[in-house]
Design a protein around this ligand. Structure first.
Ligand code: CUA
Length: 228
């Protein structure tokens, strides 16, 4: 989860988020190079005394400074497209989780396992345990197996919500009447926190998501304890 003074991205907990971080750093590097070059050129213009009274056109330089930025943009565009298609790929999921956005809580359905379903509400500050995370912890966590492909189906019952977990690189809108899907792979155990990220009403800030990533055998135990 994000803690104090963390202005960057959270540590990744999935291969896709790792790729997203790599792409972010790559794009930022190109951005810094362009900013430094243009900044230097603009600064140096102040100390330029040359005047060419007969300058009307410069075909060659116009060609160069048109085509060169287009080529630079390709270095951002092609990796970005690669990532886009990577994020969209569904890789034979072993678990499907359905998550429904409500004003203002999430409800979850494990349709593969005897229709386990539950609501997940934020724990109010006055009911929070001393080691709880304010505005972030929920009463019922989403338990998921690590090292498995997980498909998530997202929809909403009233207005548009968005199921967003930064450490997993997942951000899918839940739209009434539509079913969106994406998939992810959690590569370590732990708690991963997320929040709704569509402005969905008065309590938009108070419908967090908590994923409890556990080894597969623990997940199976959890599933069977819920059935009996
Ligand atoms: Cu649900 Cu914002």
């Amino acid at each position: 989860m994000s803690t104090w003074a963390n202005l960057g991205l959270q540590d990744s907990a999935s291969p896709l988020m790792e790729q997203l971080i790599f792409f972010h750093d790559h794009a930022l590097l190109i951005l810094v190079m362009i900013t430094v070059l243009v900044g230097y050129l603009m600064f140096m213009l102040f100390f330029n005394n040359y005047v060419n009274r007969f300058l009307l056109h410069g075909q060659l330089i116009e060609m160069i400074w048109t085509i060169l930025p287009a080529i630079i943009l390709l270095f951002i565009d092609l990796p970005s497209l690669r990532l886009l298609y990577l994020l969209d790929e569904i890789n034979e999921p072993s678990v499907t989780l359905k998550s429904i956005g409500h004003q203002w809580y999430w409800s979850y359905e494990y349709s593969d396992f005897n229709n386990i379903e539950f609501d997940s509400y934020m724990i109010p500050t006055n009911e929070l345990a001393t080691d709880g995370f304010r505005l972030l912890d929920v009463d019922n966590r989403v338990v998921l197996p690590m090292n498995s492909q997980i498909r998530i189906l997202v929809t909403a019952a009233d207005v548009i919500h968005s199921w967003t977990v930064p450490a997993l690189g997942v951000k899918v809108d839940g739209t009434p009447g539509r079913l969106n899907q994406t998939n992810f792979f959690i590569n370590r155990p732990g708690f991963f926190y997320g929040q709704c990220s569509e402005i969905c009403g008065a309590n938009h800030s108070f419908m967090p998501i908590v994923i409890e990533s556990v080894p597969v055998n623990y997940f199976i135990k959890w599933i069977s304890s819920n059935n009996s």
